[in-house]
Write a protein that binds this ligand. Sequence first.
Ligand SMILES: [Zn+2]
Ligand SMILES: [Zn+2]
Length: 367
Amino acid sequence: MLVPVLIRSRQHVMEFECGRKGRQRDKDERQDQGDCGSNDRTSEGRGSRADHGRGACSRNLHLCQPRKVLALASQAELHHATLRGQGVGPLGEKPVLIDTHTHLDDARFDGDRDAVIARAREAGVETFITIGCDLATSRAAVSLADRYPFIYATVGVHPHEVKCIGDDWYDELRRLAQHPKVVAYGEIGLDYHYNHSPPKLQRDRFREQVCLARELRLPLVIHTREAQEDTIKILKEEKGSEVGGVFHCFSGDAWLAKDALNLGFFLSFSGVVTFQNATMLRDIMKTVPMDRLLVETDCPYLTPAPHRGKRNEPAYVKLIAEKIAELKDSTEPMSVQEVECHTSQNACRLFKIPYGSPERGQSKNAR
Ligand SMILES: [Zn+2]
Ligand SMILES: [Zn+2]
């Protein structure tokens, strides 16, 4: 059965000069190699050590309950999600875009955050997820979610920052996670490219945080770089599949894609798919089932072509959806609107958020 698609004609991707503030270490390298580059972020409790080691984590294991994320979509939703459309989105709505990974709290947006958000809305981005990378940015993410009805937040500690985890961090993250608009735990994981935190400490803190996410019953936002095998091993050993999640800014090989999909995770693609030298990544993306794909900007990092060198912003997620449609279309017919529908519906399923913005008559509360 075919249903008509309402074509979204608005597409204003604005160009502007990078208005960033402060230090931006390794910026060029990140732009080229696909790191979300949170190493410059403010951290708290530097030098202090967490008291929530394996022992503390184990004490909370009795609270962990399975949450089969992938079973959440109804048969009807899945049916619609697989339709080639002339019509409506998977839930009877116009196609919308969801930028599933932003750092809207970043200081580079301090001068024009409202304008950045307005440009994205104008470009068709109706929902944003802004990511916590340490305690300060987790608090900032929650505060942005409080301020804007269409922004949701995550909390967690990035592998770069785990060396800063202080005695009270996990308690504070637990408290922040109670906010109704916190929809996931992360970004967490392993980054052996920069090793801003020692690898052994990264692994320990990753395990603890997977456990904490299970306790909180929140899906995981995974950051992994040059650490594929350990990432999969820890997710298996710590039962990450119970809450599921997403490999954000996917830049691994075919082996990682297969393992992540087998674990029930989603794969999120960023502006890296538009980079000239990302041939292998594009080939992998083409093999990912449409019901496991997400899109993200990871702004202000990883600006897609043709805007590389400038600050990234959520409006550009449209360029990523367009590139994915173009690539997928080489093997099966695929429109940009279909990519928007599929990826947005996937995001709603994973993060349990309503399809469409509150202004369009949807529930404001995610969970
Ligand atoms: Zn990342
Ligand atoms: Zn990030």
